[in-house]
Ligand binder design. Structure first.
Ligand SMILES: Cc1ncc(COP(=O)(O)O)c(C=O)c1O
Length: 297
């Protein structure tokens, strides 16, 4: 069971970063302390994964990012295509073909003052990159454990904002308790995980929270739903009641890091028979096929 593993813990960091059009040694990629991303969390981020040097579903990630930027009225000053080019080039220069590339776009630097200035200030566009490893088969075989926790985040979770303090605190609590993540809930329904989307199989139907702004539109969520629908599985984008969890035959998470991972225990109670179930396994296999096809592996 996965408690100790906190996937995505940085291993060796490539020594190169991207800052506003330049590739430079990471220690030289510095931003002014009056950057609004630093001061207010007035910034958005995205994580794009590369398999074999090819970005996976970059258009979907970038569409989500640019949607969010539009919602907060932040013009990044470069096109999605230019940003994708920078993502690929950074991984190439860092010599990591299986990589997570982190993108952050902040509103820029100005003397600290809450209102967004009328005049556009120069945004900071930052990219870093680190090696990505597939989850060990052992983890896939055993699944992971989770706790439930009130969703204490802000309301606009469809916007991938860097204001992640709630996610940080809740995930720390889960990990320190020996778990992989927390399943967040609000008003009696499950929203998502702190770093992932949450699914359950209840009465033979795959359920996950609808896209109503309260959760992030996960790219991996989309891929898992695509696989499920193509296979003719019953799927409903309908919120899962916290009280329904107890009778779920399967619970699983999706995200760019885990792809699809089974949750075999919630709050100390086994899910189903306490082992990864057939639905999550089939979806992971299907998502893998998509990855292989789209990234030419
Ligand atoms: C809160 C939250 N939900 C869901 C996801 C999954 O999104 P994706 O599948 O695009 O990685 C993430 C990923 O960062 C996340 O932070």
């Amino acid at each position: 069971m996965l408690g100790k593993l906190s996937p995505g813990v940085p291993t060796a960091m490539p020594a190169i970063a991207y800052l506003n059009g330049r590739f430079l040694p990471i220690e030289e990629a510095t931003v002014n302390i009056e950057d609004r991303g630093f001061q207010f969390g007035d910034s958005l981020y995205e994580v794009i994964r590369l398999y074999g040097g090819k970005p996976y579903r970059a258009p979907q990630h970038l569409a989500r990012l640019y949607r969010g930027l539009k919602m907060i009225d932040l013009d990044p000053g470069l096109s999605p295509g230019e940003l994708e080019g920078a993502v690929v080039e950074l991984a190439r220069r860092a010599a990591v073909s299986d990589a997570f590339v982190y993108i952050q776009i902040t509103r820029g630097v100005m003397p600290r003052n809450h209102p967004i200035p009328q005049q556009r200030i120069q945004p900071n566009v930052i990219l870093t990159c680190r090696p990505a490893e597939r989850y060990p088969l052992e983890v896939r075989k055993n699944g992971v454990t989770a706790i439930t926790h009130p969703d204490i985040r802000w309301q606009w979770c469809s916007i991938k904002a860097t204001t992640l303090l709630a996610n940080v605190l809740v995930r720390t609590k889960a990990v320190n308790g020996g778990h992989y993540d927390a399943i967040l809930h609000e008003d009696g329904v499950i929203t998502e995980g702190t770093v992932c989307n949450a699914f359950a199989v209840i009465d033979g139907v795959i359920r996950t929270h609808p896209l109503d702004g309260r959760i992030l539109e996960g790219v991996s969520r989309g891929a898992a739903l695509e696989v499920a629908r193509a296979a003719g599985m019953a799927v409903e984008e309908r919120a899962i009641g916290l009280d329904e969890l107890a009778r779920a035959s399967e619970v699983f998470f999706t995200d760019t890091g885990c792809e699809v991972i089974s949750v075999v225990q919630v709050d100390g109670r086994p899910v189903g028979d306490g082992k990864p179930g057939p639905v999550a396994t089939a979806l992971w296999n299907g998502v893998n096929e998509i990855i292989e096809k789209e990234c030419g592996l």
